[in-house]
Design a protein around this ligand. Structure first.
Ligand SMILES: Cc1ncc(COP(=O)(O)O)c(C=O)c1O
Length: 385
């Protein structure tokens, strides 16, 4: 059956993952090899050297392209990278000195660090805008703007950016749109369907799903961009090894069932926190009080597994609560089966201190796992004291 005919859950298990032709192995083998025997100089079976291509990585790239909805035969596809940041760096290589990019005023701190402390040294200028406000985006655009960088939901404030409107504004100005789809995953949101040029993932998160690997990926439906990214992947070399590619492939098989439980648990917890007098604010796109709740409902099939909130009592209370949970482990990262809690201002987003992206000191971010939700609520109840 053609990939285009399969539903999401079926693609996750079968796209790019046909049984191994030599053995019938139903699991894509971990091809732990750096090189491939050739029958005559330059005559090979499509694989020459594992920086350029490795069959385990090929399977991962094919399933990710299928899940993001790259049309079969479009020439688009996926390049897998050694981390989410390595994928961001490859997008940076698409830009030239004198180019300008626009990014949101809420985003992963490492992305901001890369744009402002790495790309800026290579002559790429940047402007921060509120991408939930079309006027703010319009004001940030310049004739030299080549890239608009979107996260939705944003990390850690969980704002929702209108993909259709942002793509239309960026394309009118001749800029590409890259959407970091790490928080939503293609199960909940497929930015290419809204016209985005590039989708980025930290596969470290929900795609891997088990907090046991670091990786990234870029997906595009544009044949020219795909060819350029394939060139950059090989030329710059930030590739994942076959063991890591295997772990992400394995994670992706259960993405749909895991995401449904993440979404169920997060919605329950967000509602519980919103009703608790020890909490002053809950940020979760699934709450009707969220400013972009309706947009989230249109753009995403569900609201995701991330919840941010501010406890009464300020930064000190946030630090105390985050140190007191037992099931919610105090740790950076997100998207694994186990629940995590963190204080972004001093952990994942420390690099944004003093900038337009600085996050409130009293904000707590939860990556809600797939444990029993009553245990998670009891844990938060105890920690809130
Ligand atoms: C939304 C988002 N994008 C990108 C990254 C970077 O990915 P990695 O840590 O795999 O390099 C992260 C990491 O936390 C993230 O949360």
């Amino acid at each position: 059956m053609g990939e285009g005919m399969m539903e999401f859950e079926t693609k996750a298990i079968h796209a790019g993952q046909a049984p191994d032709p030599t053995t019938g192995s139903v699991v894509v083998p971990i091809h732990a090899t750096s090189t491939y025997a050739q029958s005559a100089p330059g005559v090979h079976r499509g694989y020459e050297y594992s920086r350029t291509d490795n069959p385990t990585r090929t399977a991962l790239q094919e399933v990710l392209a299928a899940l993001e909805g790259v049309p079969v035969g479009s020439g688009g596809g996926c390049v897998a990278t050694a981390s989410g940041m390595a994928a961001t760096a490859l997008v940076g290589y698409l830009l030239e000195p004198g180019d300008h990019l626009v990014m949101a005023d809420d985003a992963y701190g490492g992305t901001f660090r890369f744009f402002t402390q790495v790309l800026a040294r290579h002559g790429v200028e940047w402007t921060v805008a509120d991408l939930t406000d079309p006027d703010s985006l319009a004001a940030a655009m310049r004739p030299a703007t080549r890239l608009v960088w979107v996260e939705t939901p944003t990390n850690p404030l969980l704002r929702i950016v209108d993909l259709s409107a942002t793509v239309a504004a960026a394309h009118d100005a001749g800029a590409l749109v890259c959407v970091d789809n790490t928080f939503a995953t293609p199960y909940l949101q497929r930015p290419l369907e809204y016209g985005a040029d590039l989708v980025l993932h930290s596969t470290t998160k929900y795609l891997g799903g088990h907090s046991d690997t670091v990786g990234g990926a870029l997906v595009t439906a544009d044949a020219g961009l795909h060819e350029r990214l394939r060139f950059l992947q090989n030329a710059a070399g930030p590739v994942p090894g076959p063991f890591d590619a295997y772990l992400v492939l394995r994670g992706i098989k259960t993405l749909a069932v895991r995401m449904d439980r993440h979404c169920d648990n997060a919605a329950r917890i967000a509602g519980w926190l919103a009703d608790d007098s020890r909490v002053s604010e809950v940020l979760f796109p699934g709450l009707p009080s969220h400013p972009q709740h309706d947009l989230a409902g249109r753009q995403m099939s569900r609201f995701g597994g991330m919840v941010s909130f501010r406890p009464v009592g300020g930064a000190e209370a946030a630090s105390r609560v985050a140190s007191a949970t037992e099931h919610f482990l105090l740790a950076e990262s997100l998207g694994g089966v186990e629940s995590l809690i963190e204080v972004p201002a001093v952990m994942t987003h420390a690099s944004t201190a003093g900038s337009d992206l600085e996050v409130p000191a009293d904000l707590i971010r939860l990556s809600v796992g797939i444990e029993h939700v009553e245990d998670l609520i009891a844990d938060l109840d105890r920690a809130l004291g």
